[in-house]
Design a protein around this ligand. Sequence first.
Ligand code: CA
Length: 224
Amino acid sequence: MKILIVEDEATLAKNLKKGFEENSFVVDLAYNGTDGLHQATHESYDIIILDIMLPQHDGLEILTRLRHDGIRTPVIFLTAKDSIEEKVNGLNSGADDYVIKPFSFHELLARVRVCLRRASHTTDVILKVNGLTLDPIVRKVFRDEKRVDLSPIEFSLLEYMMRHSGQVVTRTMISEHVWDSNFEGFSNVVDVHIAKLRIKIDKKHEKKLIHTVRGVGYVIEERD
Ligand code: CA
């Protein structure tokens, strides 16, 4: 799951990034309204956390522009403004939720998960490819009922591939959805992580699920 955090308080922004990364999210940061708006319109995210008081464009303005441009990504506002009126304005402008500073990280994380579940009914579903199952909520993977331990990046990579099972995913698609925008790509970094996944998922099994499509990318599917 890829998240954009737009927050001008650098320490808070970095702490949030760290917290979400520890929970297996891929996180991009923007520190002002201009960068936030640019990233939100040019990259694809599963959810956006948006501070209201921001330099250049405030959060309400950013959200209004996104919705005007047809971008339906769920948005959670973060703000110190706690009056009922502000809250109503925030929700009227199309935000999915509203968290008042100061807040606990766990509360924000819980709200993010609720928003994601609401946004995509598929988020609830346990992903399955043959005997391989991945539960996006409890973040567990099993192959033939045996637990498979994955690093956060391996988990995100597998989740992305399983959400597109049977479809070829290119290295570019993978790097855009699984890594943050600082990803500079040693060109083989995707291949390295695919190799690690294969060891954990396929090595001990006769039936391989991860397949290379030469010159294009990878596909996860059941083959005879
Ligand atoms: Ca602020």
